[in-house]
Design a protein around this ligand. Structure first.
Ligand code: GLC
Length: 720
């Protein structure tokens, strides 16, 4: 929402700015390739030697090593923003140049990927989404903002709300899984947590919703690949999560790398102007993904960098993350009339507006070295990271082995048992070695006795805890996988432990659903720990020993075989020949069609009974209720899920669609009546002509503890 005083100040400033100064505001300078500023000659040579950088990359950077290349540009007013400055002192130094040494003293904005914590790392978003808990998501976002802003961050490139239905895509780790509603709610909570209710607070940072749009639908689960879908599916399944996060008040949006049905998002006017500005009324800033404007040449859409700059600016892109296309070409494009001054002014205004909203003009120096030091890894932050991890890990199997009894003799095995740094997962750039606690660290901290299992023979113990799965480098951006199977080494270890005859608990670390068949076959209990962050070890022990009752539920389906991707997701359609025993039905010869673990699934140390479902139309919606009882001997939190199905529509509809959910705490024996109100709009969809329609007729309501195990109630719905 525009503030008159800010608009007045923007207008006044714009009237003083030269064309060059306006263009400078569009440019975000990046650190060196690996995100650090001004790598020294030695560091570059080392990185080339150890493969962290190619020869060519190293060569390109050598010319800039040790040269304050960006500071020359900064003084000349050619930089409006930085990406990746990770210290208050460095940010103040750069800010001082911008504010004190340039003609107009326009402050910088510093953007950083604060995705699931800054120095205190919480579970990766896919993990935290399994808590189905908006209040928790907001609290962890608030914490990360307090740490990040103390280190000089003004904007985070988060939340990512890309609906992700294909676990081969490494960035599913950064999402809230396969459902549109959960991604939207996750994004809304994160925006509120990051920005607080006053963006000028020193501990508030602007949220940047990404990646707009439908990046999670990359064909084949291969990162950066094409996205092509019907406009109906786009509007129904992929657009809603961005809309919810934008309407929560996010002040920036980042278009995605991918093309959307042939037009790269970076130059997609329908997305960046028609939908984002005209339909949703967004008045914040758009910022490209890294180098994405230049990459429109690779897409085959732009003839050269000048053409890419022209198309992006005219489509509604405001800031250029590190490609330099705007800095190099916008002046001449405006002078040639290929980009109007109005278009340029609109882009610059959106950038200046965010800087005014953050209070950077009046208060450009937001922290310092001692405030930064004091802000990191506070005990209350570690406690919150531990709580978030407890609420994010999903108990997938338990034959009765868990919870373990205190004092049990443990044999600790597996490649993921001892390495704390692996616990943080993708996008944990500010973490220092030793910050994060592995299972072994947790056991040492609690003085729990254990024997490390490395070679034969297996020591004498009561139970094996086997830590396996993906390393953080195998997850996140540019980490697509063609196979989701466990490694041969992990399977062999599980088999060996099973053959010992001793009970086995498997703790799986990963940034995505994996094919856990061998873990289920060889272990008596399976805990999906994801990449749980700073307090991984203590939180896992809290769950294994039953100090906390597991409550998390999957937000992404787990495959029985990689080949089930990408059709695995829960809100799939039925087809004319739903899978069945008859040969000629939609299934595989060599794999089941059902997931190994369905969406919404998660076990507890107690049990729940669902009964007495009811559903009725109330005005322009459906009111549904169900009774849930805790039938076990300990308290628990149960995520009650309400789905619907439209069995006879004008277009094929999902077999289930999440409509609402409620997390309820139940004491042993306690019974609760849980109610849901489904708005009529949730039932709607787009017909062949893109009319939004709500059908008269039967609507099925399915309620239960996961998408597969539900009770059914029918409603004969009459469209108001
Ligand atoms: C990356 C990612 C994006 C991130 C940006 C800045 O390539 O796609 O999510 O925010 O660059 O690091």
């Amino acid at each position: 929402m525009k503030h008159p005083e800010i608009e007045k100040r923007i207008k006044e400033l714009m009237s003083e700015m030269t064309l060059e100064e306006k263009v400078g505001q569009l440019h975000q300078a990046g650190g060196s390739l690996v995100g650090a500023f001004d790598l020294t000659l030695e560091e570059i040579l080392t990185m080339v030697a150890d493969g962290r950088m190619t020869e060519e990359e190293g060569h390109n950077m050598l010319s800039e090593a040790r040269r304050d290349w960006h500071e020359d540009d900064l003084r000349a007013g050619r930089i409006g923003s930085y990406i990746g400055v990770l210290s208050a002192e460095e940010m103040n130094r750069l800010q001082h140049i911008a504010v004190e040494e340039t003609r107009l003293g326009i402050p910088l904005i510093n953007g950083v990927d604060v995705i699931h914590g800054f120095r205190t790392i919480t579970p990766i978003p896919l993990a935290e989404s399994c808590a189905w808990d908006m209040e928790l998501w907001q609290r962890t976002a608030r914490m990360s903002a307090e740490e990040a802003t103390a280190a000089g961050v003004h904007m985070t490139f988060s939340p990512m709300v890309d609906v992700s239905k294909d676990p081969r895509w490494g960035r599913i780790a950064e999402s809230a899984g396969e459902d549109a509603m959960l991604n939207g709610l996750y994004g809304e909570a994160k925006v509120r947590g990051y920005q607080s209710d006053d963006l000028t607070r020193h501990d508030a940072m602007a949220a940047c919703v990404k990646h707009f749009a439908a990046y999670g639908a990359a064909e084949g689960g291969r990162d950066y690949n094409r996205v092509d879908m019907s406009p109906q599916r786009f509007e129904e399944e992929y657009l809603p999560s961005y809309e919810r996060a934008v309407k929560a008040g996010a002040r920036a949006v980042m278009p995605a790398f991918n093309d959307l049905s042939g037009v790269p998002c970076s130059v997609n006017k329908k997305l960046l102007t028609d939908i984002l500005r005209k339909r949703w009324g967004f008045d914040g800033m758009t910022i490209s993904d890294a180098n994405a404007i230049a990459e429109c040449i690779n897409h085959g859409i732009a003839a050269d960098r000048r053409d890419a700059a022209r198309q992006a600016l005219n489509a509604g892109m405001n800031m250029d993350m590190t490609s330099g296309c705007f800095l190099d070409h916008v002046k001449e494009l405006v002078e040639a009339g290929e980009v109007s001054m109005d278009t340029l002014d609109e882009a610059v205004s959106n950038i200046l507006r965010l800087k005014f909203e953050l209070g950077l003009f009046d208060d450009p120096y937001r922290s310092n070295a001692e405030e930064e030091k004091a802000a990191m890894l506070k005990p209350e932050y570690r406690a919150l990271a531990r709580e978030a991890a407890q609420k994010s890990m999903v108990l997938l199997k338990n034959s009765g082995l868990l919870p373990l009894k205190e004092g049990v003799r443990i044999g600790l095995a597996g490649a993921m048992a001892s390495n704390g740094d692996e616990m943080c997962g993708t996008w944990a750039g500010a973490v220092q070695p030793g910050d994060c606690k592995s299972i072994r660290d947790g056991m040492d901290e609690e003085r729990i006795g254990y024997a490390m299992i490395t070679e034969e023979p297996l020591p004498d113990c009561d139970v094996f805890v086997c830590a396996i799965g993906e390393r953080k480098a195998e997850s996140g951006e540019a980490a697509s996988r063609a196979s989701l199977e466990l490694t041969e080494a992990d399977i062999a270890l599980l088999k060996r432990l099973k053959e010992s005859g001793k009970p086995v608990v498997t703790v799986v670390f990963a940034g995505r659903p994996l094919c856990l068949g061998p873990a289920v076959e060889y272990a008596d209990a399976v805990l999906m720990a994801w990449h749980p962050g700073t307090e991984a070890g203590p939180a896992i022990l809290d769950l294994l020993f039953g100090r906390v009752n597991p409550s998390a539920k999957l937000t992404a389906s787990f495959p029985a075989a990689t080949g089930q991707c990408p059709t695995l997701y829960y809100d799939h359609i039925r087809t004319g020949r739903p899978a069945g025993k008859f040969k000629y039905t939609s299934k595989y010869l060599d794999a089941p069609v059902e997931p190994l673990f369905p969406f919404g699934f998660g076990l507890s140390y107690t049990s729940y009974r669902y009964s007495e479902i009811s559903a009725t139309q109330t005005g322009n919606g459906i009111h549904a209720e169900i009774t849930v009882q805790n039938t076990g001997d300990r308290a628990g939190d149960e995520i009650v899920q309400c789905y619907f199905r439209d069995p006879a529509a004008q277009r094929v509809r999902p077999v289930r669609k999440l409509a609402a959910f409620e997390k309820v705490t139940l004491q042993p024996g306690e019974i609760k009546r849980v109610a849901f109100d489904i708005p009529e709009t949730a039932l709607g969809y787009y017909d062949q002509d893109m009319n939004f329609v709500i059908d008269d007729g039967l609507i099925e309501i399915h309620i239960g503890g996961n998408v597969r195990d539900t009770l059914l109630a029918d409603v004969d719905y009459r469209n108001a």
